[in-house]
Design a binder for this molecule. Structure first.
Ligand code: SF4
Ligand code: SF4
Length: 68
């Protein structure tokens, strides 16, 4: 099935953590303090992280997923 999921361009992320605080599903973590990553099993594609990112490096795209 197709679901919307957040995708973070890690190379452009400044690891500010704003997206992590916005996410209602706790789907985002900051990997080794370097860049944000999304747990696609938790993400519901709400775009709150993308709207909040000061670096504008989050896109919400349709993905084929097996569950959820
Ligand atoms: S799109 Fe919504 S649920 Fe998914 S990571 Fe961003 S804030 Fe969290
Ligand atoms: S808000 Fe944007 S720049 Fe900040 S950690 Fe999240 S993806 Fe990276």
């Amino acid at each position: 099935m197709v679901r919307k999921k957040a995708y973070i361009k890690a190379e452009s992320c400044v690891a500010c953590g704003v997206c992590r605080l916005q996410c209602p599903r706790q789907a985002i973590s900051i990997y080794k303090g370097c860049y944000a990553i999304v747990d696609e099993t938790l993400c519901v594609g709400c775009r709150l992280c993308a709207k909040a990112c000061p670096a504008n490096v989050i896109e919400v795209k349709e993905r084929d997923v097996i569950n959820g």
